[in-house]
Design a protein around this ligand. Structure first.
Ligand SMILES: Cc1ncc(COP(=O)(O)O)c(C=O)c1O
Length: 481
């Protein structure tokens, strides 16, 4: 009997990771040497002709030719045709090991056959959508409650972005307070109020093109891990309308790219209690990738509200939701059994039977197979192997993982910030380009990563798959200057 319940076998030494990351960005970049990079790039011209033709044509009809912002699309996007388990095949028939895993939802592996069968069954009897109640809505809400007891009530929505919007709306309605505080650099989707301090801490409205100032005037950010800065915001806000919620990615911004200390979430919980503020866990990535209890189960911290995405529908559309304390969640029901004011939410296709059946059976299957833990072990193996390669070639690159979320920082671009604005201005572009090049170099060897610096592993990643991936990574990393 496997006793391990969470994907993380051992929590990292966060201070040590930051020391290594600081060392990485204090050094000159170590990109792939120019000659070898030309060789890697020639793969695309020689072996990806159909992808190129398709995506060139797409540029005429789709802005920029692509609609997914998860993968870097350098030198041009690859068109995918077939997917199974740990592998993808492109339109030219090339095979890849898939460490993007659609951005995280497919912990069971891509296009998992037993789940697909359940979907076919439902489609045959009911079709994908009715606009009316379906039993699987209830079954999924009950299951989430069983895994995460803090989720006393649950609302299925269309995406993580919508889940965040709903959580903030409920928090403001319930507390009657104004401000929402996030961690600088964290990603909580693309709603008007959350396009604030994106990617690079301290950048506030830098990315807020097309968003009126007022939309984010009650959003604030604090530097990752800085509990004193969070406390200062909470104290100031107390004098001017209060803080409705603090929202965190529990592993740290960008799925733990800027990792948190183990006790960070507990300390945020305590501050929220001190200031009468709701704590929102954005578990779009961590629930249920970290384990069926999510990050809240792993860290043993109870949020007031939890945001879901990705895994909540097993990688099938539409993946989003919000859940939590019954008294707060009842804000969404005011007319139907509720007593207070109503926080408005909607969505024609939200909670459709297809999404609910997909979520229900994928979670049950993850429980039956212990998929989060198996995916976590694959992440451990990949991390250890990459660390050995980095050491072998004496590279300053930093490799660490939180179970099935593996970080391979080579350019360090994600670690630049406004505390050193001169370095940020000077190095942002070249380091970003290096990250794109690394992504392309890995792809030329048959490895798909998330933006050249993150990998999601799944239950389909056997030891053989990981070992093959390590050989391919070594081909690239050994060519770094
Ligand atoms: C932590 C986090 N929150 C929210 C979102 C937004 O979810 P969606 O893309 O479903 O809108 C994402 C997406 O990657 C995410 O990683």
């Amino acid at each position: 009997m496997d006793e391990q319940k969470y994907a993380i076998s051992q929590y990292h030494d966060t201070k040590e990771i930051y020391a290594r990351l600081d060392n990485l960005i204090s050094q000159p970049m170590r990109p792939v040497n120019r000659e070898k990079m030309q060789e890697f790039l020639s793969y695309f011209d020689n072996q990806c002709r159909r992808s190129k033709d398709l995506t060139d044509e797409a540029k005429k009809f789709i802005p920029g030719g692509v609609q997914h912002n998860l993968a870097f699309n350098y030198p041009f996007p690859i068109a995918i045709e077939k997917v199974e388990g740990a592998h993808l095949w492109d339109a030219d028939g090339n095979q890849y090991i898939d460490f993007l895993q659609a951005g995280g939802p497919t912990v069971l592996g891509s296009n998992y056959a037993p789940l697909r069968e359940k979907i076919f069954e439902l489609l045959r009897s009911c079709g994908p959508v009715t606009g009316l109640f379906h039993e699987y809505e209830l079954k999924l809400a009950q299951l989430v409650n069983r895994y995460m007891p803090s989720v006393e009530m649950f609302r299925m929505l269309g995406s993580g972005t919508e889940g965040v919007m709903a959580a903030i709306r409920a928090a403001r309605t319930f507390t009657k307070k104004k401000y929402v505080i996030k961690v600088g650099g964290a990603y909580h989707g693309w709603s008007d109020q959350m396009v604030y301090g994106l990617h690079v801490p301290g950048t506030g409205r830098l990315e807020a093109k097309g968003i009126p100032r007022g939309a984010s005037s009650a959003t604030e950010e604090f530097f990752p891990n800085s509990l004193s800065a969070l406390k200062r915001h909470l104290m100031v806000n107390r004098l001017r309308g209060g803080t409705a919620a603090v929202i965190v990615e529990p592993l740290g911004p960008e799925s733990g790219t800027r990792p948190v200390a183990f006790d960070f979430n507990q300390k945020v919980r305590e501050l929220c209690d001190e200031f009468g503020t709701l704590l929102i866990f954005d578990e779009v990535v961590t629930g249920f990738r970290l384990g069926l209890g999510g990050a809240q189960g792993f860290f043993g911290v109870k949020p007031d509200l939890t945001v879901f995405g990705k895994c909540i529908s097993g990688g099938y559309p539409m993946a989003g939701g919000v859940g939590g304390r019954a008294d707060v969640m009842m804000c969404f029901a005011a007319g139907i059994g509720g007593t207070g004011e109503r926080a408005y939410i909607g969505g024609t296709l939200s909670a459709n039977p297809l999404s609910c059946v997909a979520g229900y059976y994928s979670l049950l299957e993850m429980e039956r197979t212990n998929a989060p833990v198996i995916a976590g072990r694959a992440g451990d193996r990949l991390t250890k192997g990459l660390q050995a390669v980095v050491e072998k070639y004496d590279l300053p690159f930093v490799v660490y993982n939180q179970g099935s979320i593996v970080h391979l920082e080579t350019s360090g671009v994600m670690l630049l910030d406004l505390r050193n604005p001169i370095r940020l201005a000077r190095e942002l572009k070249p380091r970003k380009h290096m990250m794109e090049e690394m992504g392309a170099a890995y792809m030329s060897q048959g490895l798909i990563t998330l933006a050249g610096s993150r990998m999601y592993t799944s239950m389909a990643d056997t030891d053989d798959v990981i070992d093959e991936a390590l050989r391919k990574f070594e081909t690239v990393l050994s060519a770094c200057a």
